[in-house]
Write a protein that binds this ligand. Structure first.
Ligand code: SF4
Length: 436
């Protein structure tokens, strides 16, 4: 069984070249071993080439940065199957695709966390500035290289270095170089001392170039003017031009106080021509970090329910009544708090923009906050659930529970019963939205 030895954990170019050669030589996934570092076997000579769906390449570039040794064979299996003609990303339930998506999600979240959490101290220079900014971060995944590219684009000046246990990134005038990692310093003073002792050596050992591409599905968001000078946020750009413009404006929204403690605005996502619009309450802890609606536990439950109801999430526009995460801190945890009527009213501005632009046949209001935001009055879900009503000429409304309600139920039997009812509501919603 041949062994492929990559130059390092983030040797994306090496992995791609090896995967291409192996596929073309007909080497099946279970007939090859992968490792990072060490010695490997010569690759078979590769003649020709083949294409892969862009979405699969994007998924692989993200999942490749996961700190998981199984990602090399996992991604090779996906490439092998895609080359054989399988439309792997179209499969509703596939363990390989699910595993790759889970890795990609974790990488995206960690890359974002790194870009927003890394803080810098100034080494050298004087009170007037100058010197070099030194940051420390211990990423859960191999996200230094891709994140450093985004940070360098956003902050080419002044000179900065980010040190991690896996490696270091150094930027001077937009010129980015990568070098060895360092052991974790105990505190800022230890970091400053470490830089004083080893900074010159780290800079001298740094080399240009990385094979890890930036995550192309992400775009750096405009930074709100009064945010810290370092710590860019990322956002997804809607396909529709007017919605893209609105989502860029919403990044700077100050209509209510919720923007301040939150990480970023979480705008809705989905195709412009969606017949079905799902409205939830507000982003949760994970959505706030990742910048996308319904990607946390409630989102995963919603995905499962949509699938059981025969609804393709990619065909639905999904958003929240309130675009910033409202929470209280308890220790290290951020505990969700329900938005108040004034906050709902303020944020209805953005929801109205989405509703007008999408103009769905059916709007499903999940939970009391979504229902109140759209209907402008308090709504008792148990009383109004499951009964379609006219929202506007040619547009129907439909009330159901929020998936997080199901997660909070302590009793498994009640949870199963309520989940079935939720799926039944979604099936009915699909029927109405489909015009049946
Ligand atoms: S929650 Fe809505 S209204 Fe309030 S600041 Fe955020 S985007 Fe603006």
């Amino acid at each position: 069984m041949p062994t492929v030895a990559l130059a390092r954990e983030t040797d994306w170019a090496g992995w791609r070249a090896a995967a291409r050669a192996l596929v073309l030589a007909g080497v099946a996934p279970d007939a090859v071993r992968w490792r990072a570092g060490g010695a490997g076997d010569a690759l078979p000579a590769a003649e020709g080439g083949f294409g892969l769906p862009r979405a699969l390449v994007d998924l692989a570039t993200l999942a490749f940065q996961a700190r998981d040794p199984d990602r090399f064979p996992l991604l090779y299996r996906l490439v092998w199957r895609a080359h054989a003609g399988e439309r792997v990303l179209d499969l509703a339930l596939d363990p390989d695709v699910d595993a790759a998506r889970a890795l990609a999600l974790a990488v995206r979240a960690e890359a974002h966390r790194m870009r927003t959490h890394v803080r810098f101290l100034r080494a050298g220079g004087d009170a007037g500035g100058g010197g070099r900014l030194i940051g420390w971060y211990a990423p859960a995944h191999f996200v230094l290289e891709a994140s450093a590219q985004l940070i360098a684009r956003r902050f080419p000046d002044p000179s900065w270095s980010i040190l991690t246990p896996d490696g270091s990134a150094h930027c001077d005038g937009g010129d980015l170089r990568f070098g060895p990692g360092v052991a974790p310093p105990a505190d800022d003073a230890a970091l400053a001392a470490l830089w004083g002792e080893r900074g010159g050596e780290l800079l001298a050992g740094a080399r240009p170039g990385t094979s890890v591409p930036e995550a192309e599905a992400l775009e750096e968001a405009p930074r709100p003017p009064d945010r810290p000078a370092l710590g860019p946020v990322v956002r997804h750009v809607p396909a529709d031009a007017a919605l893209a413009e609105a989502s860029a404006e919403a990044v700077r929204c100050r209509r209510c106080p919720l923007w301040e403690p939150a990480t970023q605005t979480v705008f809705g996502e989905g195709p412009p021509g969606a017949r079905l619009l799902l409205v939830g309450e507000q982003p949760g802890d994970q959505e706030d970090v990742i910048g996308r609606p319904f990607v946390g536990p409630a989102g995963q439950l919603l995905d499962q329910a949509l699938e059981e109801a025969g609804i393709d999430r990619r065909a639905v526009y999904i958003t929240n009544a309130v675009k910033h995460f409202k929470f209280v801190r308890r220790g290290k945890r951020r505990i969700h708090e329900r938005p108040d009527p004034a906050e709902m009213h303020a944020c209805a501005f953005w929801l109205d923009v989405e509703r007008v632009r999408i103009a769905p046949r059916l709007t499903v209001l999940m939970g009391a906050t979504a229902a109140r935001s759209v209907l402008g009055r308090p709504v008792t879900i148990t009383r109004e659930r499951g009964r379609p009503f006219e929202l506007a000429p040619g547009a129907t409304g439909f009330v159901t529970v929020h998936p997080s309600f199901l997660l909070r139920l302590p009793d498994e039997a009640a949870k199963a019963r309520e989940y079935r009812a939720f799926v039944a509501d979604l099936r009915e919603a699909a029927r109405i939205a489909g015009g049946g």
